[in-house]
Design a binder for this molecule. Sequence first.
Ligand code: UT7
Length: 330
Amino acid sequence: MDSVSSNKSFARIAGVGAYLPERVVSNSDLEQSLTTTDEWIVSHTGIRQRHVVAEGQNCSDLGVEAARRALTDAEVAPEELGLVICTTCTGDYANFPGTACLIQGQLGALAAGAVDMNAACTGFPYALALGRGYCVNQQKPVLIVASEVLSRLLDWSDRSTCVLFGDGAGAVVLLPSTEPGLMDEVLGADGTNGGVLFRADGTSFETGEKRERHFLEMNGKAVFPFAVRVMERVIDELLERNHLAFDDVQHVIPHQANRRIIEAVARHMGVPLERFFLNIDCVANTSSASVPIALDDLYHSGRIHQGDLVLTVGFGAGLTFGGNLMVWRK
Ligand code: UT7
C-alpha cells in the first residue's frame, strides 16, 4: 500500500539526444547521378540535404549514440533503465535479434527489458504512448530510441523516392513524475491501405510472388492527402480531448516527410505555420527518427521552455498515424 501511495502518477521526458551520420549528401550531389534538380527537390519537398550512414554503420550504432546523449542529458545511468524500446523499420537484422537488444547490450543497460516496435514513420508517437504506461506502472526510467537507415532500402536510381529520405536517430529518457509530463496520445491506423507505401522484401505486396526488386515502394500522390487528413485529425483530437485551443500549444513537432504536407495542414487548419517546427531542409525524412531528431533540435537550441505545451504528430506506412500531447518539464 505504501509503495502504491508513494507512486509518481505521471511520466515526463527527462532527456533528449540525437545523432546524425557524418556524411551529408546534398541535392546537387544527387544531380550528378539522377535526372533531378535542386530546384525540383526543394520546391516539391523542402529538402536540401540528407545524412547517410557509412559502410558498416548500422541502425544500432546510430541508436546507441543518440541514446548516450539522451541518458547524459537526463543524468540517468544505463543500469537504472527499466525498459529500452527501439522504434525502427530498418533494424540491424531483418528478423532477430531486435535492435533494442543490441542497443541495451552496448549501453550495458542489463536490468532493462528490450523490445523493437515498428509503426514505420509513426513509431515515436506509438513508443511514447507505450513507454509512458510502463514508466508509470513500474516506476522506472524508460529509454526510447528511434533509429533508421532508410538509405539501405532505397533504389538510388529511382528519383521519385531516393531524394526524400535520410538516416539518423533520436532518443528520449522518460522518468516517473509527480506532475504531467506526457498527458495524452492519439494512435490510429488504416490497415486497408498498406499497399501505398511498403517494402516487399523480395515478395510482392499484392500477390505474395517473389520479385527481384526489394526496395521501398511508394505511391506518393496517395500518401500526401492521407498525411494531411490524419495530421489534422490527430491535432484536433488531442486539443479537443484536453479542452485546449491551438493557440495554447507552443510547438507542434510534425513528422518531417514533406514541407508541403505541413504547410497544407497549417493552411487547412487556419493556424500559423511558424508553430510547426521544421528541420526537413537539413535531414530529409528519417522515418520514425524524424520527430525525436526535431525535438532534439528544438530543445537543444533553447526554443522549448519549462511549461510549454508540445504536440507531436506523425504518419507513415501501415498506414499508421498518431501524436502525443505533453507539458515540457525537464
Ligand atoms: O514518411 C511518409 C513518406 N511519404 C510521404 O510523405 C510522401 C508524400 N508524397 C509526397 O511527398 C509527394 O507526392 C512527392 C514529393 C513524393 C512527389 O511530389 P509531387 O508533387 O506529388 O510530384 P509527382 O509525383 O506528381 O511528380 C511530378 C513530376 C513527375 O513528372 P511528370 O510525370 O509530370 O513528367 C515526376 O516524374 O515530377 C517528376 N519527379 C521528379 N522530377 C525531378 C518525381 N521525382 C522527381 C525528382 N526530380 N526527384
